[in-house]
Design a protein around this ligand. Sequence first.
Ligand code: GLA
Length: 392
Amino acid sequence: MSDSGTGTGGTGGRATGDRVVRSFEDRFGASHEVLVRAPGRVNLIGEHTDYNDGFVMPVAIERAIWIALRPREDRTVRVWSADYEEEATFDLDALARGGPGWAEYLKGTAWALQEAGHAVAGWDGVVGGDVPRGAGLSSSAALELATARAFTAITAAGWLPDTMARLAQKAENEWVGVECGIMDQMISAVGKARHAVLIDCRSLDTRPVPLPDGTVVVILDTATRRGLVDSAYNERRRQCEVAAAHFDVPALRDVTPAMLDEERDALDEVTARRARHVVTENARTLAAADAMAAGQAGTLGRLMDESHASLRDDFEVSSDALDTMVEVARSAPGSRGARMTGAGFGGCAVALVDRDAVDAFIEATRTGYRAQAGREPAVYVTAGSEGAAVVS
Ligand code: GLA
């Protein structure tokens, strides 16, 4: 499974949108009225910093969730999943958990919108996508943002990307019950073709930064998943809170390298390493944005390499498979840098690669990883795509 998502003009995966539109016609015997799309993401740098009020720099990818819909007169949502081949129906005035798991993201988003006082209305629709599930490419955030886009498209509600990202995060935290930061929802809302987006996770200020000329971003799925990722993630969050409390600041974002040095002996060894990762990762992310603005692919790649070492040694969220993939990628032709991406413990790595060498890079990485890990990786090339939008 490899695809070259370059040159798609920002709303990549249109074939998936067409599939969803055809499915709507089959299901409802009429044309849809609105088609929305929200992308998955890969994070270039700035890992485990979002819930520390820090900086992240993800890329919205071509792979996305699409919803084709038609408004209804009543307050019922009837939605067919083209991927799971099952239907879910819910009443916007009597939202309750239960039914297909994928529908919880739609219900949770409808709930969060209403909790915040936004108008919602009923619709018939078909949802489908091509973001691999469970791979760490944020298919959940894409589904939440597509749902928010669908509701706002058929009501008078305006589309405010940050507000919608916050509501989608609330749906995930409080309805679905998964602790996550704001990164995935924000990038699905504000992504930009051929750019990464530097996000300040405290103010939600965003700055699009162009991917360096002559390079592409390659996503390397280790084909490993780890079940305990949620509990390990929550444990890391708690450790960061303990560290911030020690410094008497709201979040580790407020800790400088000098403060960390001074307090090293006062913190227990594990907490000190967790804090060091976050403090140094924030600095690397800001440096990476500057390097990209200056077109310095080499500097960006080096910062990605350093990020991996910090996640592996200080934050301890890598895995043997991720370390193997990163090593293999770094020695492949055209590589500028590579690191694990997302929550960790399995899932994907990300590499910055010279465009001219991308075929040789993919071949060498596939062969090397297969030989060393005994698994078949999935590889996706991305040039970045636009955030959640009404497509037609
Ligand atoms: C997951 C979460 C994000 C972020 C990353 C780690 O993807 O959903 O909010 O914390 O892990 O950077």
